[in-house]
Design a protein around this ligand. Structure first.
Ligand SMILES: [Zn+2]
Ligand SMILES: [Zn+2]
Length: 261
């Protein structure tokens, strides 16, 4: 790997270490690009906010941005540091989210759809389910997200944990993969899932992605500095990619939200 665009900070409430430690680890492992993409704050208007321990508070965003910007200056010429967020696509809050990210000079978003609808009252998408409706909603909602053209890539698209019929899974995930191709959205093979032996990367999903010719990118999804680069999981993923004949990208084009960093 020469680039990792998926890195968290302690502000989300479930990651550890300082930003500098993540940068040092990335440098040591020979990365050329390190993107910070902490869980984006959500500025709710009309419902109970569900922030920590899932994500930073809105008032922490300026400090997050300042910290990443300052490291970017300090390490200029040695490693390229990008300021991003991992964002959910919640239609009700999306316009306000974009406004808040742009106000703070956030450069890019990766899509991490952990909940459906607008989150409140909705289940975690990674919980095992036999409910076909949840799978269909996940595919439809993330398709809408990709259609905005604003997400640089789609993180752990195989987070949805549908354990019902294989045929239904294939049908819905094929729609998702086709939408990703149509919108030029690379799909992330998530190395946190590899490290923690989660339900993703899900083999059936990546078989479909290979058939559909999707672009694939590796993401460390680091919640600890030592995971800002992860050669062990990377080797495992590389084998899978080669075996399935997936098309891997070493770097991805950033879909910029703001220019003024
Ligand atoms: Zn996280
Ligand atoms: Zn993440």
């Amino acid at each position: 790997m020469i680039a990792n665009y998926h890195t968290h900070t302690c502000r989300c409430g479930h990651a550890e270490g300082t930003e500098r430690e993540y940068v040092e680890r990335a440098l040591e492992a020979g990365l050329q690009i390190l993107g910070f993409s902490d869980h984006t704050p959500q500025d709710y208007f009309d419902s109970t906010p569900r922030n920590r321990p899932i994500r930073m508070m809105p008032e922490e965003l300026p400090d997050y941005a300042a910290s990443v910007r300052s490291l970017r200056e300090e390490y200029r010429g040695r490693i390229e540091i990008l300021l991003g967020v991992e964002a959910e696509y919640y239609p009700r809050y999306f316009p306000r989210l974009l406004e808040m990210l742009r106000e703070n000079g956030v450069e890019y978003m990766i899509l991490g759809q952990h909940f459906l609808g607008n989150e409140v009252g909705e289940p975690y998408a990674g919980r095992p389910t036999l409910d076909r409706k949840l799978l269909e909603r996940y595919a439809a909602q993330t398709a809408e997200a990709m259609e905005t053209g604003l997400f640089t890539y789609f993180a752990h698209p195989d987070l949805i944990h549908y354990i019902g019929s294989k045929k239904t899974y294939e049908q819905e995930m094929r729609k998702l993969c086709r939408k990703a191709r149509e919108t030029n959205t690379p799909l992330e093979l998530n190395l946190l899932g590899v490290r923690e032996k989660r339900q993703y990367p899900h083999l059936a999903f990546w078989q479909i992605a290979a058939e559909e010719g999707n672009d694939v990118v590796l993401g460390c999804d680091a919640h600890r500095p030592q995971d800002a680069a992860d050669p062990g999981s990377e080797a495992w993923a590389a084998t899978l990619i080669e075996r399935l004949g997936l098309h891997m990208l070493e770097t991805v084009p950033i879909r910029r939200l703001s220019k003024d960093i």
